[in-house]
Design a binder for this molecule. Structure first.
Ligand SMILES: [Zn+2]
Length: 412
């Protein structure tokens, strides 16, 4: 397979992504996208790269996933004059999802971006496409949830299903469960959803248990790996490689769609996993390689969560862009001085990262079956490893048989 040739990777971008802007106090802020693009440009990653400017998705596309009444409610939503109700209609106007100006338009552009990426790949004009504005995986057919208004990924998958694709793998590494996408395709055997996330007993939306494996004809089409708080890169990667490659090999997808939320980072203010940008970079490279191996290189990557606006998201998603473009950035690469100045001016009290690395070690021991694993003698390390292995086994026992795999055989 050729690497790095023109046309192999497309970056979807429009400044209109920055209109997806909640309240000034909200943790999801568009500067994270702005600083990512500034860093990627500063490193010269986007020179000569095909860039695609998306239009807003129309109602006919939104209706693939969302109800007419919900879309109308988003269009007509206005910020409340009084206090915020606890359970507002359609989830619009809650603390997580406050109404903001032109919400419908901004959310539709995000859907348009992911849809355009899918259409480029489907037409064979590119093998890989990235839209860091996308990844709104919590949006439900008739409700906003978890900072997500319209489910761009579910719309794009639905479009692909009508345009020649009937085996689509969705891989979600956001710290939160990919509940919205799973919900939409839970009964559909043509879409395999895999989500790795912080354990549902410890984090919203409290779903994503190993026992959630799909329903009806879709039984076996959902895979969930819960991961304990405090888990670091090597164990997270051990879990990823114990579940994801086997499931993809069995499912034989025509395309891999990755939700690349980076709220798994140890500095993320909303969750409790302990990953570094180095571990996140390793995950992106692994997903690209899996798409190369099992999906003829077709890889659509979107963003998602990530609330370390300065120190995490820009570096992590710059690594994502670089990975998709076959322009891998070495972790030791210094961040450009102009970028450090730009973000330093925005956040004078934050220690601006000097390099593209957190200096973390991402080497890991592959999962080696029930009862396996190497004891180090360090109590914390060994307990964390055993907990991860318990999760891996629960997930494999729930899902692997349905995929025709042996849950206990580490070669599967
Ligand atoms: Zn998240």
């Amino acid at each position: 397979m050729s690497g790095g040739a023109h046309g192999d990777g497309t970056v979807v971008w429009t400044d209109r992504f920055l209109d997806y802007s909640w309240t000034p106090e909200h943790p999801m802020r568009p500067v994270r996208l702005q600083f990512t693009m500034a860093l990627a440009r500063g490193l010269g990653l986007l020179e000569g790269v095909e860039s695609l400017t998306p239009a807003a998705a129309g109602d006919s596309e939104l209706l693939r996933v969302h109800t007419h009444d919900y879309i109308e409610a988003v269009k007509h939503a206005r910020p409340p004059l009084g206090p915020t109700p606890d359970a507002p209609p359609y989830g619009l106007g809650s603390a997580d999802n406050p109404v903001f100006p032109h919400m419908h338009e901004a959310a539709s552009v995000i859907v348009g971006g992911t849809l355009a990426a899918a259409q480029e790949i489907a037409a064979g004009r590119t093998r890989r496409a990235v839209s860091i504005g996308g990844g709104m995986h919590h949006a439900m057919p008739a409700a906003a949830a978890g900072f997500c208004v319209y489910n761009d990924v579910a719309v794009a998958i639905s479009w692909l299903l009508e345009n020649g694709f009937d085996r689509i793998a969705y891989l979600d590494v956001d710290v939160h469960h990919g509940d919205g996408v799973q919900r939409v395709f839970y009964g559909d055997p043509r879409v395999l959803t895999i989500s790795l996330h912080q354990h549902p007993a410890t984090l919203w939306p409290n779903t994503g248990w190993p026992e959630e494996t799909g329903s009806g004809a879709g039984e076996g089409s959902a895979v969930n790996l819960p991961i304990m708080p405090g888990t670091r890169d090597p164990l997270w990667l051990r879990g990823f490689h114990a579940v994801v490659p086997g499931a993809l090999a069995a499912f034989r997808p025509q395309i891999v769609i990755s939700q690349c939320g980076v709220d798994t980072h140890r500095e993320d203010p909303l969750a409790d996993l302990d990953l570094s940008v180095d571990g996140q970079r390793a995950a992106f490279i692994a997903m690209r390689d899996l798409a190369d191996r099992y999906a003829e290189g077709r890889w659509l990557a979107v963003g998602g969560g990530g609330y370390g606006l300065i120190r995490v998201v820009p570096r992590a998603w710059t690594h994502l862009l670089a990975t998709a473009l076959d322009r891998t950035v070495e972790p030791s690469t210094p961040t450009p001085a102009a970028w450090r100045e730009l973000v330093g001016a925005y956040a004078p009290t934050v220690a601006v990262p000097e390099t593209m690395s957190d200096g973390a070690d991402t080497a890991f021991d592959p999962w080696d079956g029930p009862g396996g694993g190497r004891e180090t003698g360090d109590d914390r390390t060994d307990r964390a490893r055993r907990a991860l292995d318990v999760s891996v086994l629960a997930t494999r026992r729930a899902s692997f048989g349905l995929l025709g795999l042996d849950p206990e055989d580490p070669r599967d």
